[in-house]
Design a protein around this ligand. Structure first.
Ligand code: PMT
Length: 396
């Protein structure tokens, strides 16, 4: 992704250095445009050294290049201005094109993402909000600032979001909206079933696969709800996250969220059983029960399958260790799913924890597609491509 990173004058300019790095980590080729005020906060050399290209900031440079701002804008797949000061917001909103950054944004015909960041009263000022509204009307993505301590020492809204959030906003802006208008529910992570206040039954799911699916759905324009067991991941950008702990909580949250869903993807590793009795005090070593009695948890996918509307696409996962295809097909039929995504612990790089997966997608009409080992984000993209094809009835 060819990305123009615009930096304006504000304390948050230092965070733009990290954003540049995160963009590059994700394969982006980045060129930096700075305003003169931005250079008072972070040196031009930092951005040119890290991007590997000269910083563009002088609209009137006599370097023999024709209309450098137009060339840069034509080159870009995305433009992100972070931080975007009140001054630059106003220029962009009113068409005051007197520097290299504004000229580049105005020449762009790719998605533009703006991250306003400023002090408390400046952000509260009606002119800032009016300008943001105007810019939204131009089709630009405005990433709202976060609340916290500001450079002035005041507490309130105005902080530039962390680079990870802005990275997601850029990805979302450049992704075609192939799920626009759809309501999607994804479940992710493990469930945790307490035995006493200290111990529990659970599994190795980290949530990475399910979070990648939810993030991709949101990038593609779906109204996305993620029902998540306890994991260490931040909520994906643009996703409504409902946090649960037990299988019964996941059952309640998922069935409620799925009422008007077009697609439900059950990626969570739900505990099939829970302890029959949960002790209120820690089980002492000497009076530990020799046998822990278990009772079955509700099967969420099975229940969703029983009540499935014809317009809903129900996607289950299957994690198997042997006789994989047969077991996955049996889950597909038994739970009335449309598709099942099978991952086998026998495949290197598949399943729990890691950043990659290897899956086979099976559908109820007998279709079967194996996806080679790839990152969980790439597998998520391919799963969504398959779901979209399935819904169109063009499943191979
Ligand atoms: O989170 P990661 O570390 O990235 O790992 C990803 C993953 C391995 C957890 C994921 O890719 C995966 O395989 N998830 C499903 C794991 C699982 O529970 O498989 P299962 O074969 O036991 O369950 C079959 C299906 O029934 C699943 O869709 C599951 O969500 C659902 N189920 C199971 C039990 C239950 N009580 N209710 C359910 O809805």
């Amino acid at each position: 992704m060819k990305t123009v990173l615009g930096v304006t004058g504000g304390v948050a300019a230092y965070k733009a250095v990290y954003l540049l790095r995160r963009l590059q980590d994700n394969g982006a080729d980045v060129r930096v445009v700075m305003t003169e005020s931005a250079k008072k906060f972070v040196g031009e050399l930092t951005f040119s050294a890290l991007s590997g290209h000269a910083v563009f900031s002088e609209l009137w440079a006599a370097n023999g290049e024709r209309s450098a701002h137009v060339q840069l804008a034509n080159w870009a797949d995305a433009v992100v201005v972070a931080p975007c000061s009140a001054n630059t917001l106003a220029k962009l909103a009113t068409g005051l094109c007197d520097n290299a950054l504004v000229a580049t944004v105005f020449s762009a015909h790719c998605p533009v993402v703006l991250a306003p960041a400023m002090d408390l009263e400046m952000y509260r000022h009606p002119s800032t909000h009016r300008n943001m509204e105007i810019l939204r009307g131009y089709g630009y993505t405005l990433v709202e600032p976060e609340t916290g301590y500001l450079a002035s020492g005041l507490l309130g809204q105005g902080r530039m979001p962390e680079p990870e959030t802005l990275l997601e906003a850029v990805f979302a802006a450049v992704t075609p909206k192939s799920l626009a208008g759809l309501r999607v529910v994804v479940t992710a992570g493990p469930t945790v079933e307490a035995l006493d206040p200290v111990r529990f039954l659970s599994n190795h799911s980290t949530g990475k696969m399910g979070y990648a699916l939810a993030a991709e759905a949101a990038r593609r324009g779906a109204r996305t709800t993620l029902v998540s067991g306890p994991v260490q991941l931040p909520a994906p950008y643009g996703v409504e996250r409902l946090c649960v702990t037990t299988a019964r909580q996941m059952f309640d949250a998922t069935t409620k969220a799925s009422v008007d869903a077009d697609v439900v993807v059950k990626c969570a590793a739900v505990a099939d059983f829970r302890p029959a009795n949960v002790r209120t005090t820690k089980i002492k070593k000497n009076d530990a029960p020799p046998v822990i009695e278990l009772v079955p948890n509700p099967d969420i996918l099975l229940e969703l399958g029983k009540n499935k509307k014809t317009s809903t696409t129900l996607v289950g996962f299957a994690l198997e260790t042997d006789d994989e295809i047969t077991r996955a097909l049996s889950k597909l039929r038994q739970k009335n799913a449309d598709l099942v995504v099978l991952n086998s612990l026998r495949d290197e790089g598949a399943g729990f924890g890691g950043d990659s997966n290897v899956v086979t997608i099976l559908d109820k009409h007998g279709g079967q597609k194996r996806l080679a080992k790839a990152s969980k984000s790439e597998i998520a993209k391919q799963i969504w491509n398959h779901i979209i094809e399935y819904r169109k009835g063009t499943w191979a």
